[in-house]
Design a protein around this ligand. Structure first.
Ligand code: ADP
Length: 452
């Protein structure tokens, strides 16, 4: 730390600035006072050296002594560690008034006495609380009146001066009294406004903290509720499987045993019942998958997206063959990430691209990747039925479907699962499409740690 910084810090420490709250006007007044001392000490030499030289030259030795005492006093105010803050302030104002009165006593209106008196009243207003703002104006008035009396007694050292008369004195010092009162009235207003602004800021900060706290609590509650809900979905879907298995198997038994004696209507009812049970089983399986999404269970590894695509194609080979679909992908990256969720997302998107194919076109699906803003953007493009832009958000919501089960089978959970996976990875997914023109699903993947 440089010498100037050390000097400033030393004085600020003596003024105990760190013990006053920063949002209190008293802090700013004290800071102003500390700065006044910090700068007055070196700058006082500008007044001291020529003043002492001039006084010495004129034989005004008492002025030399007063000037020296004043500089010493300011030095003590800044550096004496044991003084209380109030005493430092009082001494400082006293010191400036003392210089002022001495100048008036020894030199009169031609000296800087009245100037120092004005400065003393400014310092007083600036560093003391607002309720004392008019004190210096009255002190000025009292000093001026007293001086007028002393002038009339003809005992002042400058009695030979042509300005030594009461009327001249009043003509000059009324200006000082006027300036003193006007400053006492106006300067505190600035501090009042500052006080109001600081209070408002503090209230706003408190309100913000309170809201943050509430938000944190709500988030925590939400997290707990979410966990409970997921737990519930898991248990419910897990426990529902067993009775459903029974329904399906007994429906099978009825069909097997009594199929011959049932009429067409009866057989149709059994078909509807087992079809409903089958769909319910799919919903339960999807719900289970949805409630199990938790990336904390996975470990990052180097995932070759090209190899993932190969696996997905094998998984869907039957549909690909049935629909004569073509799937293109090349130059797909290897990403250091969690394999299972990436597989889940891509698998769901490819499955939808195959499912929502256009009745008049063979499915043509392309998977590509580009590197953008520190993340891979992977795109799955199809030439299927497309989605109306109005439904872009809706399709990611649980159980939301745009078609009836007769048109396209499904549970309305595939994209909800994809969205939840993406959210849990803190990645983004979005869609671009036009009705009847195919759809492109894009999702971002930021490599974890390192990337190949
Ligand atoms: P589902 O199990 O019904 O397929 P999803 O959550 O996977 O449920 O999809 C929600 C809806 O989004 C679907 O009902 C479908 O209308 C629409 N959709 C999803 N993928 C595509 C796609 N590739 N092309 C056209 N529509 C799609």
């Amino acid at each position: 730390m440089g010498i100037w910084k050390r000097y400033k810090q030393h004085i600020k420490n003596n003024f105990c600035l760190d013990q006053i709250p920063i949002n209190d006007v008293a802090y700013w007044k004290t800071r102003l006072f500390a700065n006044a001392i910090i700068y007055t000490l070196p700058l006082s030499l500008i007044a001291y050296i020529p003043g002492v030289y001039y006084s010495w030259h004129l034989g005004l030795y008492s002025l030399v002594l007063i000037d020296t005492l004043a500089v010493l006093l300011i030095f003590l105010i800044g550096f004496l560690p044991t003084l209380s803050l109030q005493l430092r302030k009082a001494l400082f104002v006293f010191c400036v008034y003392f210089i002022a009165v001495t100048f008036v006593w020894l030199i009169g209106t031609s000296g800087p006495g009245l100037l120092y008196m004005l400065a003393a009243s400014y310092f007083c207003i600036l560093i003391f609380p607002n309720q004392y703002a008019f004190y210096p104006a009255f002190i000025n008035l009292a000093i001026c009146l007293l001086t007028a009396i002393i002038i009339s007694m003809n005992i002042l050292p400058w009695k030979e001066s042509p300005t030594h008369n009461v009327s001249e004195w009043f003509a000059v010092c009324t200006n000082l009294i006027f300036l003193g009162f006007i400053s006492s009235a106006l300067i505190p207003r600035v501090f009042n406004s500052l006080d109001r602004a600081l209070r408002m800021e503090q209230e706003m900060r408190m309100e913000r903290d309170r809201q943050n706290l509430m938000l944190e609590k709500t988030l925590e509650d939400l997290k707990v509720k979410n966990q409970e809900l997921e737990q519930f979905a898991f248990i419910a879907s897990h426990d529902l499987q067993e009775p459903l298995r029974m329904i399906t198997s007994f429906l099978g038994q009825i069909e097997k045993k009594y199929g011959d004696i049932l009429d067409d209507k009866g057989r149709q009812y059994i078909y509807f019942a087992s079809d409903g049970a089958k769909r319910m089983r799919q919903i339960i399986l999807d719900l289970l998958e949805y409630s199990r999404i938790d990336q904390n269970r996975f470990k990052p590894e180097f995932v070759d997206i090209g190899l993932l695509m190969e696996e997905i194609c094998i998984l869907h080979s039957k549909t690909i063959e049935e629909k004569s679909a073509s799937i293109h992908y090349q130059d797909l990256p290897v990403i250091h990430h969690y394999r299972a969720p990436l597989f889940q997302v891509l698998q769901n998107l490819i499955s939808n691209a195959l499912k929502y194919s256009h009745p008049e076109r063979k499915p043509d699906i392309a998977v590509s990747a580009i590197w953008k803003d520190k993340a891979w953007v992977i795109s799955v493009q199809d030439n299927g039925i497309g989605i109306e832009p109005a439904y872009f958000d809706k399709i990611f919501v649980l159980f939301e479907r745009l078609h009836s089960k007769h048109e396209y089978g499904g549970t309305g959970m595939g994209l909800a699962i994809v969205k939840k996976v993406m959210d849990s990875l803190q990645e983004r997914i979005w869609v671009e499409s036009e009705n009847g023109q195919g759809a492109v699903f894009h999702f971002t993947i930021e490599p974890i740690g390192s990337e190949v």
